[in-house]
Write a protein that binds this ligand. Structure first.
Ligand code: GLU
Length: 471
């Protein structure tokens, strides 16, 4: 990393490339760009043999133009301040592009969660939460964490429980964290949200006739051959939803133990089951295995989906990438140097801040649910069903046609929480893509990323202006 630019510098380079297409004073743009506050914590963890280990963690709030700030907590051994700052900044731009009314934040705990027992992970998570509480870096109105790489529903439940225990009189306390289990204030559809949003992003991109024609691709997502890097929450849900709902063909998968490829397509459910049983995807029957997972990314395909970590496509391997579309499931998977090479080759880049925004979109719905203390659909589901039933009966009477019971059930269906979450997510992803296309056209840009950054920067800067901070 030493002779390379840092992740935060990379995000800021993307920012600078786009800021010139906005019209705000330099000082305001600088304020938008910088992280508002960085909180670093250190605390001891006592092991069973009595030895003590120091655990390092961060919480960075990038922008307070809207509150609360929002962003996940990463659990990984490589976590560092620069990375958390970069990820916090990305959260600001991500929320802005999809009109989620939050500022950006991110947290990180520098541990390899696989190396700790369950009770140790719980102690680390609860202590980290206490550190956040001490300095007001968590709360439904100030800063709301969520899952990220290495954390999930279990950790969010511990965080919520710790916060609730220390804020017994706070009515909206459950809204202090999102990505919780459904039984503890979570929302249906949050787990798959980032992967599902990623699929909608690809579908919208593939529906643009000119963008597809320019790359010798047919219009429409069906049949697109796709290589996925990372079978975590994002990659696995994307692969399942894209193949099931979009007839996308998953041809390659890269994971840290290696990769597999079959140009005819892989059965993603079978691959996931194989990996669970064998603790590796290598030697999956009916596919070529690669010990070096990097080689899988360079195989022939239409779409490459880096859904693991940052800095995966760099100037070292960019020239060998054969994909015509890169769909960024991870945050920061492509460096600016690599992007230059890829754009030169005519690759369509669907940028992280938009592509993987599904998670925070549904986090927003979860936070709203926690604040309103009611499940979406609770008041409307039966009413919808009754009015649909009435309409159906009127049609039957007028036409003397009786709908079969199965069809009747499909038509007379009031939206439940999951239906509403999915449709809210889909609509948000569609609208944001159309907005990016519009600005790309208006400003005569080649790159979707520059257009997306320009929109976000403009929204954040305008909010500051409206607040009267930069008159
Ligand atoms: N960690 C996810 C992200 O990078 C989700 C953040 C959230 O839901 O607040 O977008």
């Amino acid at each position: 990393m030493s002779n390379q630019t840092s992740f935060y510098e990379n995000v800021n380079r993307y920012f600078d490339q786009a800021a010139i297409y906005t019209n705000h004073p330099a000082a305001l743009l600088e304020h938008v760009k910088q992280c508002n506050c960085t909180y670093r914590v250190e605390f001891p963890l006592r092991h069973d043999d009595g030895t003590i280990e120091i655990i390092y963690g961060w919480r960075v709030e990038h922008s307070h133009h809207k509150l609360p700030t929002k962003g996940g907590i990463r659990y990984a051994p490589e976590v560092n301040e620069d990375e958390v700052q970069a990820l916090a900044a990305l959260m600001t731009y991500k929320c802005a592009i999809v009109d989620v009314p939050f500022g950006g934040a991110k947290g990180g705990i520098k541990i390899d969660p696989k190396k700790y027992t369950l009770p140790q992970l719980e102690r680390i998570t609860r202590r980290y939460t206490h550190e956040l509480i001490k300095k007001n870096f968590i709360g439904p109105a100030v800063d709301v964490p969520a899952p990220d790489y290495g954390s999930g529903e279990r950790e969010m439940a511990w965080i919520a429980d710790t916060y609730l225990a220390t804020h017994p009189l706070e009515l909206n306390a459950l809204g202090c964290v999102t990505g919780k289990p459904v039984a503890q204030g979570g929302i249906r559809g949050r787990r798959e949200a980032t992967g599902r949003g990623l699929f909608y992003a690809l579908r919208e991109a593939c529906n643009q006739v000119d963008d597809m024609k320019a790359r010798n691709l047919s219009t429409g997502v069906a049949g697109k051959r796709c290589i996925v890097q990372g079978l975590g929450n994002v990659g696995s849900n994307f692969a399942q939803i894209a193949s099931r709902e979009g007839q996308v063909v998953i041809t390659g998968i890269a994971e840290y133990e290696g990769g597999i490829f079959n140009g005819e397509g892989l059965d993603i459910d079978a691959v996931l089951q194989y990996r669970q049983e064998n603790k590796s995807i290598l030697n999956y029957p009916g596919a070529i295995s690669f010990a070096n997972s990097g080689e899988v990314l360079e195989q022939e395909c239409d779409v490459l989906v880096p859904a693991a970590l940052e800095n995966q496509i760099t100037e070292q391997n960019a020239a060998r990438i054969q994909a015509k579309i890169i769909l960024e499931g991870a945050n920061g998977p492509v460096t600016p140097e690599a992007e230059e090479i890829l754009l030169h080759k005519g690759v369509l880049m669907i940028p992280d801040m938009y592509a993987n925004a599904g998670g925070v979109i549904v986090s927003y719905f979860e936070w709203l649910k926690n604040l309103s203390h009611v499940r979406f659909g609770r008041l409307s589901q039966l009413a919808e069903e009754k009015s649909e039933g009435k309409l159906l009966r009127a049609i039957e009477e007028a036409t003397h046609f009786q709908f079969p019971e199965i069809e009747r059930k499909q038509i007379v269906h009031g939206s439940d929480e999951y239906d509403l979450v999915v449709s809210g997510l889909e609509k948000t992803m569609i609208d944001a893509y159309l907005n990016i296309l519009e600005i790309r056209g208006q400003k005569k840009l080649q790159n979707l990323r520059t257009a997306a950054y320009a929109i976000s920067i403009d929204k954040v800067a305008t909010t500051y202006e409206q607040l009267g901070i930069f008159p």
